[in-house]
Design a binder for this molecule. Structure first.
Ligand SMILES: [Zn+2]
Length: 104
């Protein structure tokens, strides 16, 4: 993807360490595992060009887990259960208030 993008400023396309900004040869175009200057773990926090960081190349900003990972699905289920629980509580409260209003 990085090779397909065109710009007048090639500096925007150079991958650099996002912790210290190092973009030297030891970074090996963003394929090194550790930044040679600051020791940042580039597997967890990969080197990015400015164009990638700004989303101009359509690549993800982080190495976030994929949509289909079990942990992400588990969090989605938890969020829905919390939503359903709070909706049920709200409905019961509304029902209680309605019966209290009409019983007077
Ligand atoms: Zn660094």
């Amino acid at each position: 993807m990085l090779q397909k993008a065109k710009t007048l400023d090639p500096g925007l396309m150079v991958r650099r360490c996002v912790a210290c900004g190092y973009d030297g040869a030891l970074l090996r175009g963003g394929h090194a595992e550790i930044c040679a200057r600051c020791g940042c773990n580039l597997l967890k926090r990969p080197a990015r060009s400015y164009a990638e960081m700004e989303g101009l190349l359509g690549q993800p900003m982080t190495l976030d887990e994929p949509l289909s990972s079990p942990r992400r699905q588990e969090r989605l289920i938890h969020r829905w259960l919390v939503f359903l629980f709070l909706t049920a509580i709200g409905f019961i409260a509304l029902l209680y208030l309605a019966t209290a209003t009409f019983s007077v």
